[in-house]
Design a binder for this molecule. Structure first.
Ligand code: B12
Length: 237
């Protein structure tokens, strides 16, 4: 018998089938039906699905499928824009309720790299890290390499997390690698990278000088713990 994940939309006996729910959420997003989208999420939470699972099992796949439809030109940029706004509302609804571990308060600096405005993934990662006890300094969208490094030095962070969704913007992360190295911080300040483009093209991680990545927010805490330990010579956060 397959193992069942606790509180997961996948294989949950009480929750609606995850694939159906994702399709219904996607339909609501594309048709600008905010009320239907909100009620799907409320229903899932009322059935005991934790908000972090609503994000990873419902919202995340809906956005990925939205991207596929956009790529196939089945939906327009305008529809994608509105659908992403609805996704943002859902995210804001879920984030405050993502549980918190005992904080260890190690600082991490997060942001979307120069020219990148795909904020949703970064915000999800930030909230998962906060919930895992990190002191997250989120610099927002379109962050210059110098600003990432200045903030990391200011707050004493051992890891920077840079997000990029597009092939073009991912290449801007190379400038961040170069700034870290030019300031003599290589080895002491690690560079985590992420965003869908790294999932399609894992070779980009090395190309832009990243020290590691994860395909989704659930793996971000483990990645940062590993990089923190490497940067500090083994001290676990
Ligand atoms: C929503 C969306 C938008 C929204 C963004 C809204 C917002 N506030 O974020 C809007 C409509 C504004 C938009 C704009 C554009 N977009 Co857009 N967008 C998307 C879409 C459909 C989904 C992105 C998303 O939110 N995914 C869901 C999140 C949860 O996933 P994620 O970002 O991957 O994040 C997860 C992981 O990757 C990881 N992660 C993310 N960051 C990090 C960081 C670290 C450190 C770590 C460890 C992990 C990690 O954890 C996250 C959570 O699980 C994608 C398609 C796709 N397949 O991804 C296209 C897509 C990325 N966009 C694309 C394009 C072309 C554009 C535009 C240029 C369109 C235009 N002509 O204007 C602009 C560019 C804006 C800019 N300069 O940044 C292309 C990129 C193509 C390419 N090959 O590079 C895509 C792939 C669509 C397509 N099929 O063509 N977009």
């Amino acid at each position: 018998m397959p193992r069942q994940r606790r509180g997961s939309l996948v294989n949950s006996p009480t929750a609606p089938n995850a694939r159906t729910s994702t399709s219904r959420l996607l339909d609501a997003m594309i048709n600008t039906d905010r009320a239907a989208a909100a009620s799907l999420v409320e229903q899932a939470m009322a059935e005991g699905i934790p908000p972090d699972r609503v994000i990873t099992d419902l919202l995340d796949p809906a956005l990925t499928r939205l991207g596929r439809l956009w790529g196939q030109e089945t939906v327009s940029l305008a529809q994608t824009f509105v659908a992403a706004k609805i996704a943002e509302d859902i995210l804001l609804r879920c984030l405050p309720e993502v549980g918190a571990a005992a904080p260890h308060n190690d600082p991490v600096v997060l942001g979307n790299i120069e020219d990148d405005f795909h904020s949703l993934g970064r915000r999800i990662v930030g909230s998962f890290l906060r919930a895992a006890g990190w002191d997250v300094h989120d610099l927002g969208n379109d962050v210059l390499a110098e600003d990432f490094v200045n903030k990391a030095v200011e707050v004493g962070a051992s890891v920077i997390g840079a997000s990029a969704m597009m092939q073009t913007t991912a290449l801007n992360i190379r400038k961040l690698r170069d700034r870290i190295d030019a300031r003599g911080l290589n080895g002491r300040l690690k560079l985590a990278v992420g965003g869908a483009v790294f999932n399609w093209r894992p070779d980009l991680v090395a190309e832009v000088g990243g020290d590691g990545t994860t395909t989704n927010a659930s793996g971000a805490d483990a990645l940062l713990r590993r990089l923190h330990a490497e940067a500090t010579g083994g001290a676990a956060p």
